[in-house]
Write a protein that binds this ligand. Structure first.
Ligand code: PLP
Length: 403
């Protein structure tokens, strides 16, 4: 007979383990660098004022809570896809580009993985080492037999190992799926240059690989949404077919509304109608249809020129704060004389810094200084503020000298 007590016993790991440990610590000086959301200088979770305004409009306009279709609000998926590709009116009409409203960026990765596994018979996925911590799990749980990492970070130089990356994906078997962070790579903050993207696109074409972009920080890497979508636009201009999981959690500060879009980009002449039916079936089998409020709010902002203008200028202040904190943190570590070089803190972009600490150094920071981060030493830049930067820099100096 099947027994619950036969289920293997496991412990928490990654983000959830670190978050739980932080909440269990009763020290008044504890510092949370674990979470993945944008915090203000006073540590409160920041909500963009334009989002609040748009939400009120959506609530006032809501006259029913009827079900959405499995693929969600078409206006939302279209404006979300335009944010990635620019003017897509004709492509949308012809079915060359379409979107599936998903439960956040993670949901878009999951729906894409299910599609690739079930209907394209893909069995192998490559993702960067290191990467967003659930990339491998999502594909493994969707039936991918081979989940491989490709070289990305050179831990010695703290720069991208571009030769290693090219070698690994050049050796990938035909029809392998390759996950590519379009910008603001999580957790390294290191992005490919345009010249490097051009080479990657060539390899993808030559090796017949399937690119699966993941974009969760559009605009938060360079401050410019178009610049941060450059790689996606380039692949499209090269006639490459691909998927793109798009998250609205970070740039709209709407983490728990779970707003995401899976954009599917096809070659011309392809009839996407039956593909869409496959996506509908996947969604039906998982959660039937998506929720309304968050996607409707994002759609309200993207489709209203006044709100769009306010959004694009106000979220840039988040980027400014990230840059200022990076500069101050590097300076504090250098002034403390913390062993090692710290230029990578200001060379990298986006919400995360990978400090490349050992597990025992991360443990030491927890137990002796009440500072929490994911093992591997990934910290959220906005967990730092001008009150705690010096405390954290001193603690890191102490940790590195004693461990
Ligand atoms: N992809 C990357 C690279 C991320 O960093 C994240 C979130 O941290 C996601 C996807 C998931 O986004 P969401 O919270 O919208 O599911």
């Amino acid at each position: 007979m099947v027994q619950f007590n036969n289920v293997p016993v496991v412990g928490r790991n990654g983000y959830i383990e670190a978050d739980t440990a932080f909440h269990n610590d009763i020290s008044p000086v504890k510092v949370d660098l674990v979470f993945g959301t944008f915090r203000s200088e006073d540590t409160s979770q920041y909500l963009l004022p334009v989002v609040k305004r748009a939400e009120n409009m959506v609530v006032n306009d809501t006259s029913s809570h009827d079900y959405l279709s499995p693929t969600g609000i078409e206006g939302f998926t279209k404006s979300a896809s335009s944010l990635l590709l620019g003017d897509i009116d004709q492509l949308w009409k012809e079915g060359m580009v379409f979107g599936v409203q998903c439960i956040g960026g993670a949901g878009a990765l999951k729906i894409g993985a299910e599609f690739l596994s079930r209907y394209m018979n893909c069995t192998t996925v490559y993702y960067p080492d290191p990467s967003y911590e659930i990339h491998g799990t999502i594909f493994e749980f969707s039936g991918f037999q081979n989940t491989f990492e490709y070289r990305y970070l050179n831990r010695e130089t703290k720069a991208i190992d571009f030769d290693g990356l090219c070698e690994d994906i050049s050796n990938a078997s035909v029809d392998s799926v390759v996950i590519l962070h379009a910008c603001g790579h999580n957790p390294t903050g290191l992005d490919l240059t345009k010249d490097q993207w051009i080479i990657i696109a060539e390899i993808m074409k030559e090796r017949k690989l399937i690119p699966f972009f993941d974009i969760a920080y559009q605009g938060m890497a360079s401050g410019d949404t178009e610049e941060d979508a450059w790689a996606i636009r380039y692949f499209h201009s090269e006639g490459i077919q691909f998927l793109c999981a798009q998250s609205f959690s970070k740039m709209f500060t709407m983490y728990n509304e779970r707003v995401g879009n899976l954009m599917v980009v096809l070659k011309s002449g392809f009839n996407s109608d039956s593909l869409k039916i496959h996506f509908e079936r996947i969604v039906r089998s998982l959660y039937s249809n998506p929720p309304n409020h968050g996607a409707r709010t994002v759609y309200q902002i993207l489709s209203n020129p006044e709100l769009y203008k306010e959004w694009s200028s106000s979220f840039k202040s988040m980027v400014v704060r990230i840059i200022e904190i990076r500069r101050a943190f590097r300076k504090a570590l250098e002034e403390e004389g913390a062993p090692g070089k710290w230029n990578h803190i200001t060379d990298q972009k986006g919400m995360f810094i990978l400090l490349l600490l050992t597990d025992s150094q991360v443990e030491y920071l927890r137990y002796f200084h009440h500072i929490y981060m994911v093992k591997s030493g990934r910290i959220n830049v906005t967990g730092l503020n001008f009150t705690n930067i010096s405390y954290v820099a001193k603690a890191i100096n102490d940790t590195l000298r004693k461990n």
